[in-house]
Design a protein. Structure first.
Length: 321
């Protein structure tokens, strides 16, 4: 191999690696329904390369029988073969609707063969794509493979609609695509929701700490939300809430600050010190009708909180036995 060929190969490999880790994979975005109200995503490639991602991987049971069986029978290992995930729904209040879109490495023939051998699911075709449905009458879900790198699962109507978009070569709504790209380029895990707080919270009582159009339920003042997490030595969390008015934004900020002060006031109580230390870095502010908050959490503190919860779960599991 001459130097020119080696250089070309190196450039190709680097370009492929960049494309693999690039946020906002267009193949996934084009599958999202254009009228989606809630969308979230995780760039698993970058997340698992972070200190916290490595910590989570270390906590996973290496001898997990179910996981090992999955890898053995299908050749698919979530730790290594899953790169990016998008989740989208039009109506989050309607249970079991929406899609989970996965970008990774799928040995379709091996997966279908394993499913058929197990005999508890049906393999079929839709628009030329391989699909899997459960034989259980109570399970109305559908899983489909659009290529060796794209998979979709969810309720049958939503999955088939995604397949229709793929077969028809449809492109994502430009506004929707721009939002996804903007968030996924900033964060390893992110979300946005255009569902008003009123439709989610009902009449959850909240303290009136700032007036806000005379409604003491500040969550109902929220029109939309978005945010994300960047994984590193610190977990940097960013969130935004668009409210009905400037007064509502201030009132919502006051609610957040009130809750934060309660946590800080109880920092001397057993087990509360770490939680209080985490909210010390909270920065919450308003810009007209938008409230924004930022929080930077040391990765080691998150690990500590995670470890604090483990003995309780272990003890409960032992008690159940």
């Amino acid at each position: 191999m001459n130097m020119k060929t080696a250089k070309l190969l190196l450039i190709t490999m680097v370009a492929a690696a960049i494309a693999l880790a690039a946020p906002g994979n267009p193949d996934l975005i084009n599958l999202v329904m254009p009228d989606a109200k809630v969308v979230s995503g995780v760039n698993i490639t970058t997340a698992k390369g972070s200190p916290f991602g490595q910590f989570l991987l270390s906590q996973m049971q290496k001898d997990d029988q179910g996981l090992q069986e999955l890898i053995t029978t299908t050749g698919f290992g979530p730790r290594n073969d899953l790169y990016e995930v998008l989740m989208a729904t039009v109506d989050p209040q309607q249970k079991n609707t929406g899609v989970v879109l996965a970008y990774g490495k799928f040995d379709i023939n091996r997966i279908l063969s394993a499913v058929q051998q197990k005999g508890d699911a049906v393999v079929a075709k839709y628009r030329g794509f391989d699909t899997i449905t459960s034989q259980k009458t109570t399970d109305t879900g559908l899983m489909g493979f659009l290529s060796n790198s794209l998979a979709v699962m969810g309720d049958q109507a939503s999955v088939k609609a995604a397949m229709d978009r793929r077969a028809g070569g449809n492109k994502a709504d430009q506004t929707l695509s721009a939002r996804i790209i903007a968030l996924s380029s900033q964060f390893d895990a992110w979300f946005f929701s255009d569902v008003p707080g009123a439709s989610v919270t009902g009449r959850m009582p909240m303290p009136n700490l700032g007036g806000g159009d005379g409604n003491n339920n500040m969550l109902q003042a929220i029109l939309s939300t978005s945010g994300g997490i960047h994984f590193g030595s610190n977990l940097d969390i960013h969130g935004e809430a668009q409210t009905r008015s400037d007064k509502d934004a201030v009132a919502l900020m006051n609610v957040v600050q009130f809750i934060t002060s309660l946590i800080q006031m109880n920092r001397e109580k057993p087990g509360a010190e770490t939680a209080a230390r985490l909210v010390d870095s909270l920065n919450v502010r308003t810009d007209k009708s938008k409230m924004t908050l930022d929080l930077s959490l040391p990765e080691t503190d998150i690990e500590q909180l995670f470890q604090q919860g483990r003995p309780h779960r272990t003890a409960r599991k032992t008690a159940d036995l």
